[in-house]
Structure formats: structure tokens, C-alpha cells
Design a protein around this ligand. Sequence first.
Ligand code: HEC
Ligand code: HEC
Ligand code: HEC
Length: 435
Amino acid sequence: MAKTVKRVALAVGAVVVAGALGYGALVEYGLHKSYPQSMQPESGSALQAQIKRGEYVARLSDCTACHTKEGGQPFAGGYQLNTPFGAILSSNITSDKETGIGGWTQEQFDRAVRHGVGSHGYLYAAMPYNAYAKLTDQDLTDLWAYIRTIPAVNNKVVENQLPFPFNQRWTLAGWNLLFFHDQVFQPSAQHSAEINRGAYLVDGPGHCASCHTAKNLLGGDSAAYLQGGALQGWYAPDLTPNPHSGLGNWNKEDIVSYLRSGTNRETASSGPMTEAIENSTQYMNDADLHAIASYLQSLPASDSHKPAPVASSATAMLTGKKVFESQCGACHVSDGSGIRQMIPRLAGNAQVNSADPSSLLNVVLNGSQGPFTHANPTAAGMPAFDWKLSDSNIADVMTYIRNSWGNAASPVSADDVSKARASSGAKPWLGGAEK
Ligand code: HEC
Ligand code: HEC
Ligand code: HEC
């Protein structure tokens, strides 16, 4: 399920508005730019070490998330990314000469990965080249050395399935002009080497902002950097040290443990983040995980304030408490404290306190498998309540957990639940049949 909602407010909406800009920009920006090949892949015995480094860069960048279809061959593409305007399929990037990138030079690869120009012209920002632009020459060259070793798979993919005018790639030049900073990572002299490494991992290969930064109307990143972003049916929360909606109450080890195993003393991951952890962050080495944690802790806290909680005497709170005690308390515990490293703590949980309840609704309606990682091979699951509870019961229990034990967040309505049920493909409530 989460596979189909991956990543993101795509930039596709941008094409209509930016289209006009695009044509002029094409001439200015796109056609005449050259991409010099600054480094050559190693050869001989050094090559094996380089391929290993490249494999690590591919892990950091989570290339497999989009380029390997569920049940498909590694990197053979065809994975579908849905946008409000239609579907985009990922490319075959195996070394097949006919349907993959087997005939490519490093320069062509660089052009696609760091500069957003593929075999058919400009790439859609569904491929996160705006983040990969930050990759160093060394990492890009290592990555290419590894990608070239991927066995050829003959699989023809027609990437662009969008209707006119969204299928016009030249219009993307306008989007690039507005939102694409085509520049390699620049370390900051004010920060330690560790924080710079963390910034590189987060903004470059890790492309965390593609989910955790809200998008503007044209699908570009808003200024609220890493302060939370909606992706269809999920909400990727605030990663700044805000104590209410962000990671302010997490220490460094909490962040490291979450990225390595998907769990920590507070919470457990679900949905698209579980996939990012399983495919990518669990493979990061200790120094890199600590670098990410140090960087996130160095960010200025977002200025979202804690709202006044819904009064515990409100009808929704009273009904919600009853639902919680009968359906949820056995696992999450009546004071919302959960079970360490296994069942998320709901009290003081940033996701539960987020203004946007999408992820919570998704998990309660559809259940969640829990992360499955080397560090956490026996994840606990959360059962689905779509069939068991009515829209109004789910709304009330949401309002209750969002406004108890020190939590405070906007109430959730039955209408919100009904919409989430439809958009997340949840089952109808069984009790609803009699109505
Ligand atoms: C979030 C999903 C996503 C991730 C992560 C991702 N890609 Fe892509 N990639 C795509 C999509 C979708 C396309 C096709 C875009 C289009 O047709 O405009 C694409 C296109 C490409 C192309 C262009 C192929 C061609 O024939 O033009 C290359 C090369 C590529 N990706 C390599 C990579 C590498 C290497 C990584 C990891 C560093 C990576 N991708 C990570 C989604 C992704
Ligand atoms: C594909 C989209 C996506 C990408 C890419 C992504 N995240 Fe997430 N992230 C999410 C979602 C959705 C959640 C909420 C999961 C949940 O509620 O269990 C989340 C949750 C988190 C949390 C837990 C926050 C909390 O308050 O519970 C942390 C920490 C986090 N992500 C860090 C990162 C970092 C660091 C990166 C980059 C290396 C990253 N994420 C990349 C979607 C993403
Ligand atoms: C059988 C035990 C169990 C029951 C009963 C249960 N949960 Fe959960 N819940 C879990 C587990 C385990 C997770 C973590 C799932 C994951 O990691 O994907 C979870 C996750 C959650 C989350 C996401 C927390 C986060 O940090 O993203 C919310 C919200 C939640 N449950 C609310 C509820 C509500 C409301 C009920 C009752 C209607 C309920 N749960 C009943 C075990 C349970």
C-alpha cells in the first residue's frame, strides 16, 4: 500500500504554470549546459573497493525504493509513482543496452542523477535529482562504478504516462529555473565536520526533504525546511528540535536507534518511513547515523506553538476515552505510555501532536506491520480498525489521544475519517451495513 503513495507532492502541477516560462528557459538554461566528467572510475584492484563504496552510496540514496518494482528484478524500473495528474514510471537502470542504461557514459549518468536530464529530455522531479545534485564528484563516480555492475534486465518501461500537457518534458525547464539549485554540497565553515556530514547526508543522498519539507503550490520546497510535509495519505513530521511537534524530546540515541531499527523508547515507524528505514537508513554506519542526529539537533526549532487542548469534558473526549480503554489501552496502556521499544508511546509523541493527522488515521484504519530490520527482526504490529470502528468512534479516539496526557492538537472529525478511509483504500465499517 505505502508503495503506491511513495514520495510526494510531485512537481508535475508546475508544468502548467511554469510551462510558459519553460520555453524561454530551455534556451537559456538547458540546451547549452555541458557536464564535464571530472573523475574516472578506478580500475584493477582499486575498482572492487570503489564498487563497494558505490553500493553504500546507493543505499544512502535509496535508489532501490523507486527503481525496483515489488516482485520485480533489482533496478529494472517500472515502479509507479502516482501524481494528481497521472502516473510516472521509474526507469530501467540496469546495464541492459536496449531498455536500460547499459550503453551510457558516466557523463550521461551524471546528467540524469545530478542535473535532471535523462534519455528523453528533462526528468520529472519524481526522480529526486534536486537532492542528488549535492552528491560530491567522488560519490557520483563511485555510484556509477556500482550501478554499472548491476546485471542487465531487458524490461521496457514507458516512463511518462501523463496526459497532455503534463507529458511535455520541455516545460520542466521552467520548474528547474524556479526551484532547482544545481550545485554540489557546500560545507559550512561555521559547523563541525560531523554536522557538515549530517547536512550532506540529509540534503543530498538521503533526500529527506522530499517528504519532510512541505511543498508550495508548484511542487517546489517551501521555506519551512524539514518542518513537516504531507504525502498522499501520510504525514512526514517536523524533524526540527521543536519540543511539541518535532524531535525536541529525542536525544541523539533516540534518533540513531529509530533510523537503524525503526524503533526507539518513544515510537515505531510506519508507512513510507518504514520503507526508507528498511531499504536505506538501517544500512548507514554508526558515524553517519550520529552525523544525521547531530545535524537535525543543530537546526533551529520550528515556531509552531502548542495549541490549547480540547477540554476533557467535551463529548468527543468522553466517547474517545471509552473507545481507547476498550480497544487500545491493552497495548498503548491507559496513560498512553506504551511499551518501550515495542508499542509506541502516545503521550508526548510528536506525530500524535502534529497538526496533520493523516499518518495516525492511516495507521489506525489500515494497521501497520512495524519495521523489519536487522536490529529489530521481530517487530510488533498494529491491528487495523477500519472494519471494527465507525468513523465517529475513530474520530473521537483520535481527538482523545491528541488531547490527553499533556498532548494538544486539533480535533479530528468523522468527515476527516471518512475521507481518509476512501483515499487510503481502507475497508468499510462492518457495523455500517445496518444503518
Ligand atoms: C523517489 C523515487 C526515485 C528515487 C529514490 C530514485 N529515482 Fe531515478 N528515477 C525515478 C523516476 C520516476 C524516473 C523517471 C523520471 C522521468 O521519466 O522523468 C527516474 C529516472 C532515473 C534515471 C534516468 C533514466 C533515463 O533513461 O533517462 C536514472 C539514470 C536514475 N533515475 C538513476 C537513479 C539513481 C542512481 C538513484 C539513486 C541515487 C535514483 N535514480 C533514485 C525515481 C527515483
Ligand atoms: C518517502 C518519504 C520519506 C523520506 C524520504 C524520509 N521520511 Fe522520515 N518519515 C516519513 C513519514 C511518513 C514519517 C511518519 C512515520 C510514522 O508516523 O510512523 C516519517 C518519520 C520520521 C521520523 C520520526 C518522527 C517522529 O516524530 O516520529 C524521523 C526521525 C525521520 N522520519 C527521519 C528521516 C530522515 C533523517 C530522512 C532522510 C534520511 C527521512 N526521514 C526520509 C517519510 C519519509
Ligand atoms: C495489539 C496491540 C495494539 C492495539 C490494540 C492498538 N495498537 Fe496502536 N500500535 C501498536 C503498534 C505495535 C504500533 C506500531 C506500529 C508500527 O510500527 O508500524 C502502533 C502504532 C500506533 C500509532 C502510530 C504511532 C506513531 O508514533 O506513529 C497510533 C496513533 C496508534 N497505534 C493508535 C492506536 C489506537 C487509537 C488504537 C485503538 C483504536 C490502537 N492503536 C490499538 C499496537 C497496538
